[in-house]
Design a protein around this ligand. Structure first.
Ligand SMILES: *Cc1c(COP(=O)(O)O)cnc(C)c1O
Length: 344
């Protein structure tokens, strides 16, 4: 395979163990593309770490999680009565963020389900307003309340907001002392634990767990082809002229791998475009910077990435890699799909 994630398994797992040991109550988040590793792989790692619960993003991720993991599976997306893929299972914990949803689940859809109530934080994504807590409690019926959850923003200090929800939880009629938290720093978590020893605090962590040690990972994107090009020569789907003499590299890694999903750093305003035109930069000619680095520099797309490969322009002064060589590439792991993930 030619666009692969290589993982130093021992080093990666050492990092996982360290974070789990230093974060009591941790609930690993296993969602989306599985942070580049795939969800099944992460579910297996969570099992090997001896953790009793994972959390997934959506209901369509639940069946796979139940198959790959033998503990509890929490769903981050709040339940809605109009969802058609809800999985009702003794190991599934649903999130509820609207009073009418609490009532609907309790009165018919799944009256004995295990649930979390979620509070709406300054994220303003999902959750109950704190004035609705009493109404939510009143609507619970026979639902089994497993805890309360809040999802905090990543900017700024979240301790004040987390504390005020902790206080709201303790003074409410909610019959739980378990607080699931997203996006609190280790220091903030420690402070919250110290100030609220009565609460069982459960941090839900994805990125800093699975991608906490990027040094344990490397991506191999192989050069599949290499052509000499002359200035003005037209190439690619769009038949654009090449800006100079050089090489055209065809490198494994295209849109299907998540390459090019991020806006490239193209010249934005008129003034900036003018400046880069004066410098003779490729961005002025409408080229975009690629995530591939060759000979120490980030290189330009010769045209927008294709499904499985990218066409990269290299000036002739650069020492061009050979067909079969591996090239450095910066990817965003939450949008990356690798041909293979190799733990060695
Ligand atoms: C995705 C998500 C997380 C995990 O986020 P990371 O930044 O990957 O740790 C936690 N809580 C909620 C509600 C989420 O949607």
């Amino acid at each position: 395979m030619s666009f692969d994630l290589e993982v130093d398994a021992e080093r990666w797992r050492r990092g996982l163990r360290q974070l789990v040991e230093s974060t009591p109550g941790i609930v690993p988040v296993v969602k989306g593309n599985g942070y580049g590793f795939g969800r099944d792989r992460l579910a297996a790692e969570a099992h090997d770490l001896g953790l009793p619960m994972i959390t997934v993003g959506t209901y369509n991720e639940v069946p796979g999680a139940l198959a790959a993991f033998d503990g509890d599976v929490m769903v981050l997306t709040p339940w809605r009565p109009f969802f058609t893929d809800v999985v009702h299972d003794e190991r599934v914990i649903h999130t509820l963020g609207r009073v009418e949803d609490v009532a609907a689940l309790a009165s018919g859809f799944d009256p004995n389900a295990r649930v979390l109530l979620e509070g709406e934080t300054s994220m303003a994504r999902h959750g109950l307003d704190r004035h609705e807590l009493a109404a939510a409690v009143a609507a619970l019926g026979d639902l089994r309340l497993e805890g309360f959850a809040i999802h905090l923003p990543m900017a700024g200090s979240n301790l004040v907001e987390a504390e005020s929800w902790a206080a709201a939880l303790q003074t409410s009629q909610l019959e739980t002392t378990t607080l699931y938290l997203s996006h609190l720093t280790p220091a903030e978590l420690a402070t919250l634990r110290e100030r609220r020893p009565q609460l069982d605090i459960r941090p839900r962590i994805g990125t800093t767990l699975w991608l906490g040690d990027l040094g344990a990972m490397s991506i191999h994107a192989l050069v599949l082809d290499r052509h000499l090009v002359a200035r003005g020569e037209r190439i690619g789907y769009r038949q654009r002229p090449m800006p100079r003499d050089g090489f055209l590299l065809i490198i494994a890694g295209g849109t299907s791998h998540g390459i090019g999903l991020e806006a490239p750093k193209a010249a934005a305003g008129v003034a900036q475009r003018g400046k880069s035109l004066a410098r003779g930069g490729l961005e002025a000619a409408g080229f975009s910077l690629s995530p591939f680095t060759i000979d120490g520099k980030q290189r330009w797309f010769a045209e927008p990435p294709h499904m499985q490969a990218s066409m990269i322009f290299l000036p002739s002064a650069v020492r061009a890699p050979e067909v079969g060589d591996s090239v450095d590439v910066a990817v965003r792991f939450t949008t990356a799909t690798f041909d293979a993930v190799n733990l060695r």
